[in-house]
Structures are given as structure tokens and as C-alpha cells.
Design a protein around this ligand. Structure first.
Ligand code: PHE
Length: 355
């Protein structure tokens, strides 16, 4: 037994890793192990012999088990120390300047829009791309059969199980409805998101993005709408004296309604933004129609407010000089490397929207 003990202890001491150690445990203490085998032989001995040898064997077993445990703890600690050393990361190292990934101009533009409106106290809301007829049209004061519905080139989907007409939202305005149905005034939200219309050429893609704005309280008026949009456009395009022109227009869900142009020049085929006497249309807006407020459970004798909506691709193209809308969605890496943005340059009004 002493010889066996010495042999096993020296094996344990020289086990190189946890796997080798476990093998030693099995050959000593496993079901067919050497100490287990000696235990099984006890049955053949006399009562007295059995007692003495049994005690000695138990002591041997305990000693080997303890040696195994101790060695296991040492090996585990050594393994962890080695792993920590090998996988060490210096978190104080500067970020690699040669980052390859780029932020898509649409994402960048949305981040910029959110940064500006967040500063004015707006929060971001969203809604589903797949809408029903009620949220996209009816609640927005498009009566059934109204010709304005046809202007939207809607993608219709099969009816829902409960008979609702389903479609891909043609604008972000249905989220106005969802927001008012969910939340009591005062409301001040912007809603960036995807929109869909069946149209495809240099300036139209079947999927594009809009950002919607909605403010509802007891006092907000057309003057606030103008001030808000003037501030936004000047901050977004980074032109301090950018002129804005509000032209009367029509949307079923706003009254009065306006389309907004920004000042530009097209001299020599080059588009420049600023006070140059020429105009470019960029968004639609107006005071939320009382019928819309009522359809959303908002008391129109007490509450009022404004809404606006603009195309994100359009203002991104203007700001960043991107000539063809369709290239936004071609997923061409060369294009993305050229027009994309470095991930860590997060837009904020404090350090600048774009660098
Ligand atoms: N939803 C309108 C469109 O897509 C834009 C708009 C939004 C106009 C809000 C007025 C108010 O054309």
C-alpha cells in the first residue's frame, strides 16, 4: 500500500494539466481504479483483517483524493493566469484610426435630425412599416374614395383576418395617429422611419425614409411651426441665414397646410444653399386638422398643434451632394466608403453635426 501511495502521489504531483490529472483520478479511484479494486478484495478477509485493512485503505483513498483536489486547484489557477495573460487587452490604447466600417448616410442624417430636435425637447417615436387603412388614411382625414389616396401609389397587402385593409405605410404620418391614441397631450415627437410607394426613377425609390414631427398642446400655433422649422433647417444645413419660404398647400390632415422651400442657387448647374433668390421644396407641414385630433380621441376644442414631414434621402442628397437617389440602396461598398461616415463621429450640436 505504501508503494502504491508513493506512486500515485508522484503521478499527481507531475500531472501536466487538468485532463492528465483526471486520468490519474480514474485509474486510482474510478469504478475500476486500483484503490477501488483493493477495496473490493476486502470481502474475502476475516473480520479483524477487514477492519485494519479497510481503515488503511480509506485513509489512502482520502489522502489521494485530497492530493488530487489540491493539484486540481493549482492547475486551474495556473490555467486561468495563463489565459488572462494571453488575452490581455489594453483598454487605454487609442482606437485604430483606420476603421474600415462606415455609417450609411441615411443613418447619419437620421442621427443629425434627432440631435437637433432632441435639443428642442422632442422625443423619438416609431410605428410599424405594415399599417392598416385606418392609421395610414382614414384617421388622417382621407375619406374613403378621396382622390388624395390615389396620389400615394400605395402597395396593398392581403386583408387582415379581421377584414382590415393592410398596406405598406406611404408616409410616417400614421405614427401621428398612433402617438395621439397612446399618449395624452402635451406631445412633442419626431418619427423617423421607412415609407413605401410604388414609384421608381432618378428621384423615387419604392422604399425611402421620412421624418415626421408632431407637437400637440393647448397653445402651439403656426408661428411656432415656422420658428421650429427655420431653426431646424439652419442647423441641419449649417447655413445661418438660410431663407425659408412657406407656400400655401393642401394635405387632408393639416389645415392650414404649407410646403416649405429653402433658398438656393442653381447657377452653372451647381446647387448651393443660401440666400440666392432661387427656391427648392423640401417639406410639407401644417396645423393638425381638427378631424384628425377627434379621430385620435383628442379634444379639438382644447388642443391644437402642428405636424411636418420630410424626405430624409432628399435632405441628405442636398447636404452631402449625392446626385442619384437609387445609389443609397445599391449596397455598393465603394459608394459607402466614399459617402459614409466614421462610426465614432457621433453627431451632436455640441461638437458639430458632421466633421
Ligand atoms: N405625410 C405627408 C407626405 O408624405 C407630409 C406631411 C406630414 C405634411 C405632416 C404635413 C404634415 O407627403
Amino acid at each position: 500500500m505504501d508503494a502504491l501511495k508513493e506512486e500515485l502521489l508522484s503521478q499527481v504531483a507531475s500531472a501536466a494539466d487538468l485532463a492528465a490529472l483526471d486520468e490519474i483520478r480514474v485509474t486510482a479511484l474510478g469504478k475500476k481504479g486500483r484503490i477501488t479494486g483493493l477495496m473490493k478484495e476486502l470481502g474475502a478477509l476475516s473480520a479483524e483483517e477487514k477492519k485494519a485493512r479497510g481503515q488503511a485503505l480509506n485513509a489512502l483513498k482520502d489522502e489521494i483524493a485530497a492530493a488530487l483536489d489540491a493539484r486540481k486547484a493549482d492547475l486551474a489557477a495556473a490555467y486561468l493566469a495563463k489565459k488572462l495573460e494571453a488575452e490581455r487587452i489594453d483598454v487605454t490604447l487609442p482606437v485604430r484610426p483606420q476603421t474600415e466600417g462606415r455609417i450609411h448616410p441615411i443613418s447619419q442624417t437620421i442621427d443629425e435630425i434627432v440631435a437637433i430636435f432632441a435639443e428642442m425637447g422632442f422625443t423619438v417615436a416609431d410605428g410599424p412599416d405594415i399599417e392598416d387603412d385606418f392609421h395610414n388614411f382614414t384617421a388622417l382625414n382621407f375619406p374613403v374614395g378621396h382622390p388624395a389616396r390615389d396620389m400615394h401609389d400605395t402597395f396593398y397587402l392581403p386583408d387582415a383576418a379581421d377584414g382590415r385593409k393592410m398596406l405598406l405605410r406611404t408616409h410616417t404620418s400614421p405614427v401621428q395617429v398612433r402617438t395621439m391614441l397612446k399618449k395624452k397631450p402635451p406631445i412633442r415627437v419626431i418619427i423617423p422611419g421607412r415609407t413605401f410607394r410604388s414609384d421608381y426613377d432618378m428621384t423615387h425609390t419604392p422604399m425611402f425614409h421620412q421624418v415626421e414631427g408632431l407637437v400637440i398642446d393647448e397653445t402651439t400655433n403656426m408661428g411656432h411651426l415656422k420658428g421650429c422649422l427655420i431653426d431646424f433647417c439652419r442647423a441641419f444645413f449649417d447655413v445661418d441665414d438660410l431663407p425659408l419660404r412657406f407656400r400655401p398647400s393642401f394635405f387632408p390632415f393639416t389645415e392650414p397646410s404649407a410646403e416649405v422651400d429653402i433658398g438656393c442657387s442653381r447657377k452653372g448647374g451647381e446647387l448651393k444653399l443660401g440666400n440666392f433668390g432661387d427656391w427648392l421644396e423640401i417639406l410639407g407641414c401644417g396645423m393638425v386638422h381638427p378631424n384628425v385630433l377627434e379621430a385620435c380621441g383628442v379634444d379639438s376644442t382644447r388642443y391644437q398643434g402642428f405636424a411636418f414631414g420630410m424626405g430624409i434621402e432628399r435632405i441628405a442628397m442636398l447636404k452631402y451632394g449625392i446626385p442619384d437617389l437609387r445609389t443609397f440602396f445599391e449596397a455598393d461598398l465603394r459608394w459607402l466608403k466614399h459617402y459614409g461616415f466614421v462610426p465614432l463621429d457621433v453627431p451632436s450640436l455640441a461638437h458639430g453635426l458632421t466633421r
